[in-house]
Design a protein around this ligand. Sequence first.
Ligand SMILES: C[S@@+](CC[C@H](N)C(=O)[O-])C[C@H]1O[C@@H](n2cnc3c(N)ncnc32)[C@H](O)[C@@H]1O
Length: 436
Amino acid sequence: MYWKELVEVQNFGFNAITISAIIIVIFSILESWGIYKQNKKIWDKKSGESVSVAWFIYFMFMLFSYFVYGIFTKEAAIIINGLASLFVVPIVVGLWRFKGFSKIDFFVFLLCVLGFVVMLIFPFKKIMFLLFSFGSILALIAQLVEMHKTKAVGVIEIKLIRVYLVSTAVFVVYSIFVNDWPLLIISVLSFILLVIILLSYYRFMAGSTFNDIRSTTYYNRIKIGFSSLVKKWKGSEAVFTEHTLEIEGHPVMEDWEDGYMKELAEIACMNGGDILEVGFGMGISSGYIHKHDILSHTVIEANEDVYKRLVMFSFIAKHIIKPLFGFWQEITKFIPSETFDGILFDTYPITKEEIHKNHFPFFCEAFRLLKDGGVLTYYSDEIDSFSEEHINCLRRAGFTDIQSMVCVVNPPQDCKYWKSDRILAPIIFKGRKGGE
Ligand SMILES: C[S@@+](CC[C@H](N)C(=O)[O-])C[C@H]1O[C@@H](n2cnc3c(N)ncnc32)[C@H](O)[C@@H]1O
């Protein structure tokens, strides 16, 4: 019976072998939990943003090698540790699907397969086990580089990093205790790298103020940069393709939002009457607004090229359009209070401070401009619920009936400004109580 030959079974009792085996098993379970959480995050968000593919390919094969080594040396704890590899397999599949493998990732994969086959066939298993363990240092460096390249936390699961850090710390102590120098070197180097990864995570997280996938889109916009002269936006070239609109290098609008725009138009037009729209973009929401039974449609647009398209649209549109050129901040003050039955607001952040929050300063104006019972909707920048800051902002503006619905969207993987498969459609009424 193989199990009777296991080192732990033969030496069972109050001794170093049993205690270390218990410690390894406990941390293997914790590590598996961290890996499971990481896997869930990648598949939930359908993204591999800021996660190093090479790291997880390597991690998977390293754990495979532990399994083989454990079988060979008849150490149950190492076999159990190696079994955690089963949780890494779906991570690698997810990364392959949502992020793709680079040439380096393919190279790491082939190298690992080769190393693993050598380990299976040849007797020098201890050497291969140590090689795999030492290689993990390089794999951790790959993760660090990936984070610094994207300057974002993306879908990194911090619970995994924390668990990994604690278990590495335990291995540092353990290797000193059992006088295992190779293990001590690997553990100390891994520990240092994991501390740097953890600190980098908090640094990028603090910079973004979003502790979800929006930290990535936040940094994408920072990387593109903003002109110090906000007014320049008006005269900047608007680059239209069949599916996108780009201004000053920013992805201002993309047509995967079509279904969401349809929903927003439906909300804005639920009372019929006079509708205000802020930000014409590709005219998708405008098109949907004109499918409803309304009296008039006032549109404010701040970019000259886009405004020209708005004027063209007004010639062929079904209902009366009043196109207004300029930033809403310059224009709405000339519009009397209680003019509109519905408002659809969808501009674009033109400064760093506005990222994912460009609608907040508009709420007070929206409240003033709406008739009693009028409805406000907008591109929310929220995934499936309002943040506390968002709700407070609406309340401060005077809104008390705050409702919403979640729309399912499918942005392409390379979309720079939205990464989730859900986005909230706000339904905010003036002068009514309820909702939330
Ligand atoms: C995301 S697009 C609007 C997309 C539109 N809902 C559609 O369906 O195509 C944003 C538009 O708002 C305009 N914009 C940005 N800031 C603005 C502001 N402060 N006032 C008015 N328009 C603004 C941009 O020039 C851009 O055309």
